[in-house]
Structure formats: C-alpha cells, structure tokens
Design a protein around this ligand. Structure first.
Ligand SMILES: NC(=O)c1ccc[n+]([C@@H]2O[C@H](COP(=O)([O-])OP(=O)(O)OC[C@H]3O[C@@H](n4cnc5c(N)ncnc54)[C@H](O)[C@@H]3O)[C@@H](O)[C@H]2O)c1
Length: 353
C-alpha cells in the first residue's frame, strides 16, 4: 500500500496534549505493523493567529486536498480570541471547503461503569449519529437590524438543500447496510421548523424506499434526546441536521463516559477527511496535564479504519479497552494518571501486543 500522509493540527488548549498522545499511539502502531505513514504538524491555532494574523491560508486547504489522506485535529478555542475567528476559519473552513458533509459520531460504551445510566449494559449503548456537516444554521446566513436599539431584530437562517439533505441521509442508510444494521431514525423539529422539516421528511422517505430492508423511524429532536436517555438500546443509526447533531452528540458522548471518550470523523467519503475528538479545548483543565486522551486515540482508530487499516484500527481500540479495564486512565474516568502517563501505557500496550 502506498504511503499515507496525515496532517496534524493540534490547535488550542488540551487539543495539544491529546493530539500528542494520539500521534504517539499512531506512530507506535505504524512501527509495529510496518505501515508507511508520514505525519506532518501544522501550527494553526489561537497562538499562531495572535502571532501572525493568519487563521488558515487558502493554499493550505489546497495542500490538504491534494497531498494528504487525512487531517487529525485536536481542538480549537481560546479566550484570547473572543470572536473565535480562528476556530471558525480552521474547523468550519475545512468542513466547508473540503465539503466534509458527514459528521460521523459513534457512541459505544466500553465499560458499564463509565455509563451514567442506571442498569444499562454495553449492549444497550452502541449507535452512531450521522450529522449533516455543511449546511443548516452553521452557514452563518442572517442579519442584525437596528442593532443596539430597543427595536433590534436578529435573523438567523438555516439553509437546507435537497442535495445536502439527500447525501447525508443516503450515507446513513449505506452505513447501516454495510454494517449489518437495520434501524435508521431521522430526527428533526418538523412540527416547528416546517419548511426544513418538510424537505427532510420527504427526502428521508424517498431515500428509505431504496432500502426496503431497513426499519425506519422518525423522532422530533426533543423526543429523541429523551429516548436516548430512557432507552438508548432502541437506536442503531441516527441521521439529523447540523444543529441537532451537535446537541444530540454531546448527550451521546456523556452516555459513553464523557467528553474524554467521544471521537468523530468529518468525512467526504473517498476523499481527504478530518478526524477530531468531539470535545473542545477545555480551558478549565488546559495546561494541567490531566486531559483524557482516549477520545483522541479513538479518533486515530476511526481514521485508521477510514483509511482501510483494519488491523491497525483494532490495535488502537484494544489499547484503549485495556487502559479502561486496568484503570490506567485519567481522573475523569476514575483513574489517577496524567495525560502523558496514559499515553505511555497505550504505547507500551501497542508495542507488546
Ligand atoms: N471541535 C472543537 O474544536 C470544539 C468543540 C467544542 C468546543 N470547542 C471550543 O472549546 C472551548 C471550550 O468549550 P466547552 O468548555 O464548551 O467544551 P469542552 O469540550 O472543551 O469542555 C466541556 C467540559 O468537558 C471537559 N472535558 C472536555 N474534554 C475533556 C477531556 N479530554 N478530558 C477530560 N475532560 C474533558 C472539560 O474540562 C469541561 O469541563 C470553547 O472555546 C469552544 O468554542 C471546540
């Protein structure tokens, strides 16, 4: 297999700490399995923006598109950049410019003790959320009128195209089919957001007709968040818009043990895609060396799987399972190791297994 090139953007806060561990584990796996990976670091972050005024140059996006197989990103967000312009340009910029239309977020419990729900087992929580990633409320279309006056008006538009809605729904069905799953649930708020809901519902039914073997359902977003807590075992594949996917997946992350456990992929299937832990830069724990790196390692696992390296992906997952079952984890999971110590444990596991 030809050499794979990975662009790493550690970003801000704990993004830097967890990316370091992710890369160490990736390098250990490559060395163990003789994989030819080139891993290149890129400085785009709040710090870089404050020093240079540059968020993410357009020619770098082209460089990623043409010369890289995947991007591994830590997290973005820093109080020194209150507008968050760097995060918008880098993360949303890459999502839009590379047309990463799938935000793929699995929720799987690796240890029952990590799940906050009473009486739920590993078998009960194992679903994926396919969040639309390039449209909806995130296109930032809107306006303010009479700003700062008592008559101020704010408009925020949610843009949904037939093409955009159809391709994420089709991705969800294809994912279900290719992974021997049978349940696809679409979530929206069609009772209040009528025009958007109408497009999503018609498209869902049209695409579902191509997959008669699937059991389909629809839940309003307020109902699905309730049901994910009440009966998570009812879900296999959830497909939803950008905004509701953002909300549902934070809940999903908690079901699997918290923000330190949740991985995500921003995908344009078959093309360069971006992988990142779901969590942000966590300013409350940044610089303390206690960030949980497992979400970042599961992100590496997802990236390896996406690139077709099944054995490598499995090894990454096994190292995480071992860290959890032996309690070689950070404080948020009930352990007492630092980020770096967890990294060392994972690397040693990879070397010796
Ligand atoms: N994709 C991204 O880069 C991304 C995502 C979400 C938030 N953000 C940004 O991150 C900053 C902080 O946002 P937030 O506080 O709402 O969300 P956050 O995910 O950074 O933190 C939420 C809570 O979870 C904890 N947490 C998160 N990751 C953890 C980990 N790996 N180990 C242990 N604990 C962890 C934090 O300590 C915090 O208490 C903001 O600037 C926000 O805009 C970025």
């Amino acid at each position: 297999m030809s050499k794979k090139r990975i662009a790493v953007i550690p970003g801000d806060g704990i993004g830097v700490d967890v990316c370091e561990v992710g890369v160490e584990v990736l390098e250990a796996i490559c060395s163990k399995l003789n994989l030819d990976f080139q891993i290149d670091n890129f400085p785009y972050s709040a710090e870089h923006y404050l020093k240079t005024g540059i968020t993410l140059p357009d020619d770098e996006v082209e460089n990623f598109r043409q010369n890289y197989d995947a991007i591994f990103l830590g997290a973005l967000g820093d109080s020194r950049v209150p507008t968050n312009v760097h995060a918008k340009d880098i993360l949303l910029g890459l999502r839009f410019k590379l047309d990463l239309f799938v935000n793929f977020r699995p929720s799987k419990v690796y240890d029952e003790n990590l799940c906050p729900l009473k009486g739920k087992t590993k078998d009960d929580i194992n679903f994926v959320v396919c969040r639309e990633n390039t449209e909806g409320i995130y296109v930032s279309a809107g306006a303010s009128f009479k700003k700062g006056t008592p008559d101020e008006i704010a408009l925020q538009e949610s843009i949904n195209t037939r093409k955009g809605v159809e391709r994420i729904i089709r991705y969800a069905f294809e994912y279900a089919k290719n992974n021997n799953l049978t349940k696809v649930c679409m979530s929206d708020k069609g009772n209040a957001m009528r025009f958007e809901g109408d497009l999503w519902m018609r498209t869902f039914k049209d695409v579902a007709a191509e997959y008669p073997e699937m059991e389909i359902s629809h839940q309003f977003v307020d109902a699905i968040v309730m049901n994910l807590v009440r009966a998570p075992e009812e879900f296999e594949v959830i497909v939803t818009c950008n905004l509701f996917g953002d909300i549902i997946t934070d809940l999903a992350a908690q079901l699997q043990g918290g923000m330190g456990m949740a991985a995500s992929g921003n995908l344009n299937p078959g093309k360069v895609s971006l992988f990142e832990p779901v969590h942000g830069s966590a300013p409350d724990i940044a610089g303390k060396g206690i960030a949980n790196p497992l979400a970042a390692v599961m992100t590496v696992q997802m990236m390896l799987d996406y690139l077709g390296f099944k054995e490598a992906s499995l090894l990454a997952e096994k190292s995480v399972l071992e860290a959890i079952s032996t309690k070689n984890v950070t404080k948020d999971l009930g352990g007492n190791l630092t980020t770096k110590e967890v990294g060392k444990f994972l690397v040693d596991f990879v070397k010796n297994n």
